[in-house]
Structures are given as C-alpha cells and as structure tokens.
Design a protein around this ligand. Structure first.
Ligand code: GUN
Length: 291
C-alpha cells in the first residue's frame, strides 16, 4: 500500500491554513519564514521554490534571500544576524549544501535557536536527543507524521535506518527510539561501514533509507510486509524533456511487491518534509504570540 505523502501533506496544509486564518482574525500578523539560498544549485532552487509555494498556500509570509555563490562566510553571517534580530521573522533556514568556502557548521550555529525551524542548531539537536520539546528537523518530523496518519505501529517494532546524516538518519534514529507516540521502536542504524547490510535490512519492520544512491535497496533486502520509507530523491539523466527523472533510494518496482507500505518518489517523503518546516514555523510564531 502506498504511503501518500502528498495527500497527507495537503490535508495538514489545510489544517495549518485554518490556524493561520484564526491567528489573522485576532489581528496578529501571520507566521513569516525566510529562506536564504546561496548560489545556483538546481535542486536547491526547486526545494526553496516549493517551500515558498507551501508558505503561500497556508497563508504564511515568506521571503527568499538570494545571494551569489561568491558570498563570503562573513557576509552570510552578517545576513543571518540581521534576520536573527528582526522581530517580524519567525523562522530562518539557510538551504544546504553551501558553497565549499562556507562552513555549514558555522552557519547553522549562527542561527538563533528560537528561529531554527530546520532544527539543525546544536541546541535543537541536543534537545531532541534528550526528548525535550524542540524544533525537529523537517524530514524526520514529516516521516513520523506520515507513520502516525497511517496508524503504523512503531512501539516494539524493529526500525532499521540506513544512513547516518545529521539531517535525516541520525535524528530519525533518535525519534524512532524515543519515548513518544511514533517512537518506542528498537533501532538499528546502518551506514557505509556496515558489514553485510542486508543482514540488518531484512530484519526491519520499518526500513528508512536516506543514502542518496538511486535504487540502492532491492527486493531481496526487504522483509515481507515491511514499511519502507524512501528519503532519497536523485536526479538521474534521462532522455526526456527535463533531461532527468527522479529516483529514490529504493527500487520501487521491485520493493512494492514485498513491502506492506511504501512511499513513492516523488510524492512520498518530500511533501511531508515541507509540512515539518511549516509546522516548525507555526510553532515559533506560537511561542512568540501565544495565539
Ligand atoms: N538541504 C537538504 N535538505 C535540507 C533541509 O531540510 N533544509 C535545508 N536548509 N537544506 C537542506
């Protein structure tokens, strides 16, 4: 069965839009998200555009700050400081990856944790790892909500996460093992040095894959009836108008035959990621205005 992220995301967007209407009806300004995009990366431009469209759909204000790829780290830090100090802005994201001469660590740590709607600041990550209320990075947050909306039991299940990135794999493993509604799973985290990956993936009741390698997971690696969450979305050259097709980390055609539930690519995890970001921005606004 397909886990239709796009459908669930549209439902949640309607819920958020109603909240925004209620906020505005009380005379309070709507939530405001700022995205900073440095350079010309094609995929990043698409992601940022989708975030802007989602803001528009739910009634948030959004601002895109575009900077050339020659921007220095100091200039970017100055921009972040300006946004940190602007009371009219609730959420700030700096789209990754950044040009090589800019330290992602320095940039993510410069964002005011109260506006860190990507959940990348060490304060947010630390709070997450201790099970405290915080901004949860958008992709893992979106995935937990997709599991929740489809009533997929996680308690006592074996969840295998493939990939240990700071953006997805690591926070995902923390959430799935945490003491929360979509947690309480036993979690195994696998990565490039895992010996005999298949030995672990076939044990998964819930298999979450975020490695960025198209069609990496094949049917023989998946247990019958497992829930398979595919975070990958890679542009693969193709002979069509766009010149590429989007491929997940899971060989969909094979794995859908064995999986109980599976996310499509596109239309699975991607739209849920944007929902996580919208919810974090709303949360930041609520912390300020309490309406
Ligand atoms: N690059 C890939 N995923 C993300 C994300 O969730 N947020 C930001 N800021 N950059 C990304």
């Amino acid at each position: 069965m397909l886990l239709k992220g796009k459908e669930v995301a549209n439902q949640i967007k309607e819920e958020i839009a109603k909240e925004v209407q209620s906020i505005v009806s009380k005379g309070v300004r709507p939530p405001h998200l700022v995205a900073v995009l440095v350079g010309e990366d094609g995929a990043s431009k698409t992601y940022v555009k989708n975030k802007e469209l989602a803001c528009e759909k739910v009634g948030f204000s959004s601002t895109l700050v575009r900077l050339p790829d020659t921007t220095s780290e100091e200039e970017l830090l100055a921009k972040i400081e300006e946004i940190n100090n602007d009371d009219e802005i609730d959420g700030l994201i700096v789209q990754l990856p950044l040009p090589k001469h800019i330290s992602e660590h320095n940039i993510t740590q410069a964002i005011n944790p109260a506006k860190d709607v990507d959940g990348f600041h060490d304060v947010s990550v630390g709070r997450l790892s201790k099970g405290q209320d915080t901004f949860i990075s958008a992709t893992p947050y979106g995935i937990t909500q997709l599991l929740d909306r489809y009533n997929i039991e996680t308690k006592g299940k074996h969840c295998v996460v493939v990939g240990r990135s700071n953006i997805v794999g690591r926070p995902m493993s923390i959430l799935m093992s945490g003491s929360n509604k979509t947690g309480n799973a036993t979690v195994t985290i696998c990565h490039r040095h895992t010996v005999d990956l298949k030995k672990y993936t076939v044990m998964a009741d819930i298999l979450i894959v975020a490695v960025g390698i198209p069609e990496f997971i094949t049917a023989d690696m998946v247990k019958e009836g497992a829930t398979v969450i595919d975070v990958g979305i890679t542009r693969v050259d193709a002979d069509n108008k766009k010149g590429y097709v989007l491929k997940g980390d899971v060989n969909f055609d094979q794995v859908e035959e064995v999986a109980g539930y599976i996310t499509p690519v596109p239309g699975g995890v991607g739209p849920m990621t944007i929902i996580g970001l919208m919810q974090n921005t709303l949360k930041s606004h609520q912390a300020k205005f309490n309406v």
